[in-house]
Design a binder for this molecule. Sequence first.
Ligand code: 3PG
Length: 308
Amino acid sequence: MMMKKVLVATEKPFAPETLPIIKKICNEAGYEMELIEKYESQEDLIEAVKGANALIIRSDKVTKEVIEAAENLEIVVRAGAGYDNVDLEAATVHNVVVMNTPGQNSNAVAELALGMMVYFARNLFNGKPGTELKGKKLGMHAYGHVGKLVSNIAKGFGMEIYAFDPYIESENIRKDNVIPVDSAEELYRKCQYISLHMPANEKTKGSVNYNLMKQMPKGATIVNTARKEVVDEDSLLKIMDDRSDFSYLADVAPDCKDEFEQKYEGRYYFTPKKMGAQTKEANINAGVAAANQIIDFFTKGDITYKVN
Ligand code: 3PG
């Protein structure tokens, strides 16, 4: 029998410590690990997946074309939380199992969210007097792995935490000393800071709209370490125009970045490249979990983290 091939395809590479561990896990199970990183075009990915039985990816785009080119592919594991970069329908049609590794890189994202808030509240460390987070109200829009961790860290700053998540029982939010609210409107009305933690899907794309944003109190700041698509950009530009007290911080710039640069100086911060999960710890956790999930799938048929 041919040795199964696990392809690690990461346009944005894992921290270097990650790959030897993934390789060891694969080899010990009798599989081969191959690598394509920092690749420049989808064609490179399409070429590389041809012999692969399993694929480990990050935000890499696993399109219908990629799935169709990978004739031996049985499983794709997104080393991370969001799988909006994978064509689930095409995967299902071709009998390919898709999984994510929920929670494995969440702490890195949570630390970045708070880091951006501190950096911004202190005027990007320019030496002028800023503001403090202590005593301010922070609203978690979605209370999954990252939302929970952001709340925990923010409590240490003395912030008052609220959360809206229609998929989580209020009781489970309350027991973390976080105040659950019944609607997104209520959350935005109450909180000067809103941190976004929902996945990008048909329901959430564009859901952070003008009607929500306009509810926010004075000094409103939205922190987006989720996906740029969850914020409706026409609404974002309109609220930035309407309210000079409104700010937007995001891990990866919106498509309307140029307008921000021209019109809203001092009221935004965008990371140059998506870096929420860019820590050694997050990469090792997510990469190792992905490798183990692949082995468990091949050896035991385990589909615990299947998302399609
Ligand atoms: C995720 O969905 O896990 C995060 O957004 C991290 O994405 P990345 O692996 O592309 O950094």
